[in-house]
Design a protein around this ligand. Structure first.
Ligand SMILES: [Zn+2]
Length: 139
């Protein structure tokens, strides 16, 4: 059994696995007023200003529709290999997020359906595979 380590365990968890690898569940939040946001935070609702008990964690589907994409060809941080593609995704559950397109993904265009998966992005010293959230064209 290979062990995996999530790069940002506060933002997502591993959902069911499909042929393309483990799907992601996003850890968002919901306000008493109905507003849904990502990531979970307790500072206050962006719509109504409620805080504290009004905000509760909820799992969001990692499926959504692509709004925009931009490929970065040169990054100021030399440790950040380019090119990579940033995508803006309207999640089916409401929030709009900016995230990364999976390496090797087919080109995407606004309006396309996309889904988040947990992709291997490195390895720990003890040999665990490090997983991070990446979006690609929904199958
Ligand atoms: Zn609210």
């Amino acid at each position: 059994m290979l062990s995996n380590k999530l790069l940002k365990p506060g933002l997502y968890s591993v959902g069911s696995s499909d042929g393309a690898g483990p799907t992601a569940r996003l850890m968002g939040g919901r306000c008493r007023c109905g507003y849904v946001f990502f990531p979970m935070q307790t500072y206050g609702c962006e719509r109504c200003g409620s805080h504290g008990d009004a905000l509760t964690p909820c799992e969001l589907s990692a499926h959504g529709t692509l709004l925009a994409e931009a490929t970065v060809h040169l990054h100021a941080d030399k440790n950040r290999p380019a090119p990579f593609t940033i995508v803006k995704v309207a999640l089916d559950d409401g929030p709009v997020i900016r995230t990364l397109l999976a390496d090797g993904s087919a080109p995407v265009a606004p309006g396309q359906r996309v889904a988040g998966t947990l992709a291997a992005v490195g390895q720990t010293e003890s040999g665990e595979t490090v997983l991070d959230l990446r979006f690609s064209v929904a199958s």
